[in-house]
Design a protein around this ligand. Structure first.
Ligand SMILES: Cc1cc2nc3c(=O)[nH]c(=O)nc-3n(C[C@H](O)[C@H](O)[C@H](O)COP(=O)(O)OP(=O)(O)OC[C@H]3O[C@@H](n4cnc5c(N)ncnc54)[C@H](O)[C@@H]3O)c2cc1C
Length: 380
């Protein structure tokens, strides 16, 4: 008997789709070319620590429906993301808030902090006027006019140049539209109502989503190809790369990627925080993640005498590396539109998730997109 849905990719889009379709009585088969399920949220357990294999993932949302949906599958812990930045041996709290301003200038009131920022913004605007420029021509001028020289040079410049592999003076201004400054002492990175990590790790969420669903790993859709899989299922949900689906007929879409260097240290607590950003150019990595801080707190942290860290290096995407972040410039967006137009003509193929839509998606919006998907609503 044919499957109702063949789901290509077991990441959050594919797994949530399979979960909801199966609950509505549909027979699903999930395949993934990787040796494990879960897509980018997959974690590897080492020394009792869940190591986020494809980059640190912090769940955050203000959507109550999504929060209740995931918590009904696995309860979430109270992890709150409070990254710090290290610049020339000094630590600064992020996002930019009163703690940061105190660390930078010794100011203690919002009025004093505002005065500092406004004075430096004015200087940046004045410099532009002297150069005969009225709107920022690049990311450097944009950042300087938004937050002034001290914050830009200490916390933005080096980090952004490592992320994009180019000087800020050569990057387009639109990359940074806003640089929010918080005039309160609040290091909570996200503004969302809810955040956390599934208790026991992200694999628990994947396991709950895919419970009782047939899954096959190490299976690449393209090995047997579309015709074969169409003979096996009435419909296909495709969450892989859209350009690959159409054999790159209009050309290849570009991505940026991150290379991870994992290190083991025989110590309970190496950096005291899950996320430390390295904002100076001379240090080649952008961040160090210490994975155990996502899930162990208080005395529990010291009970495990081991730790694992990942250094993150932002790099250009090349054949064979992970396609992480779409490059949403005009050329790539136009190319993606051509593929999308072709995908819209399909009757029995549903394209969803970050690779098939060529769109950066956080986890909660991916789940939301499946909860609200017309194909799922049709089954309800
Ligand atoms: C480095 C990084 C850090 C992130 N951090 C956060 C964060 O902190 N918070 C947050 O909310 N979001 C974060 N995200 C976003 C999050 O990873 C995505 O929202 C989520 O992965 C999207 O799920 P998906 O199913 O669309 O894609 P994926 O998780 O990528 O799943 C796609 C799956 O399809 C499989 N596949 C592809 N092609 C084929 C094929 N031909 N045959 C078979 N299988 C195939 C892949 O192997 C993969 O398992 C981060 C993303 C990255 C890249």
């Amino acid at each position: 008997m044919k499957y109702d849905y063949l789901i290509v990719g077991s990441g959050l889009f594919g797994a949530t789709f399979a979960h909801l379709a199966q609950k509505r009585g549909k027979k699903c088969l999930v395949i993934d070319k990787r040796p494990n399920l879960g897509g980018n949220i997959y974690c590897e357990k080492k020394y009792g620590i869940n190591v986020h294999k494809y980059g640190a993932h912090i769940f955050h949302t203000s959507n109550q429906k999504v929060w209740e949906f995931v918590n009904a599958l696995v309860p979430f812990n109270r992890y709150t993301n409070c990254p710090v930045a290290l610049y020339q041996g000094r630590l600064y709290n992020l996002p930019f808030n009163m703690n940061t301003f105190y660390q930078m200038w010794g100011v203690t009131t919002p009025a004093q902090a505002n005065e500092k920022i406004e004075q430096q913004r004015k200087e940046a605007k004045q410099a532009m006027i002297s150069a005969g420029v009225d709107t920022p021509r690049n990311l450097e001028e944009q950042a300087l006019t938004l937050v002034g020289r001290d914050i830009y040079e200490t916390l933005i410049k080096g980090y952004t140049e490592k992320q994009w592999g180019r000087p800020c003076s050569e990057l387009p201004a639109f990359i940074i539209r806003r640089l929010p400054v918080r005039m309160i002492y609040d290091n909570n990175y996200f503004n969302d109502t809810y955040q956390g990590i599934p208790i026991g790790g992200y694999n628990k969420l994947t396991e709950a989503l895919l419970k009782d669903i047939e899954c096959r790993t190490n299976v690449d859709f393209f090995e047997k190809g579309r015709e074969y899989w169409e003979s096996q299922a009435h419909k296909i949900v495709f969450t892989g790369c859209i350009d690959e689906f159409y054999s790159y007929c209009y050309g290849k879409l570009q991505y940026r990627t991150v290379r991870f260097e994992e290190e083991y240290h025989p110590i309970a607590n190496l950096q005291g925080n899950a996320v430390v950003n390295y904002t100076e150019k001379a240090i080649p990595w952008t961040r160090i993640i210490e994975h155990k801080h996502f899930e162990s707190f208080g005395a529990e942290l010291e009970e495990n005498p081991h730790t694992i860290i990942s250094k993150e290096f932002s790099t250009e995407w090349t054949e064979g590396s992970e396609p992480f972040y779409p490059v949403n410039d005009t050329t790539n967006n136009q190319l993606a539109d051509k593929y999308r137009a072709r995908a819209n003509q399909e009757k029995n193929i549903i394209f969803g998730g970050r690779l098939a839509e060529y769109k950066y998606y956080d986890m909660a919006p991916v789940i939301e997109s499946v909860l609200n998907h017309p194909e799922i609503n049709k089954l309800s």
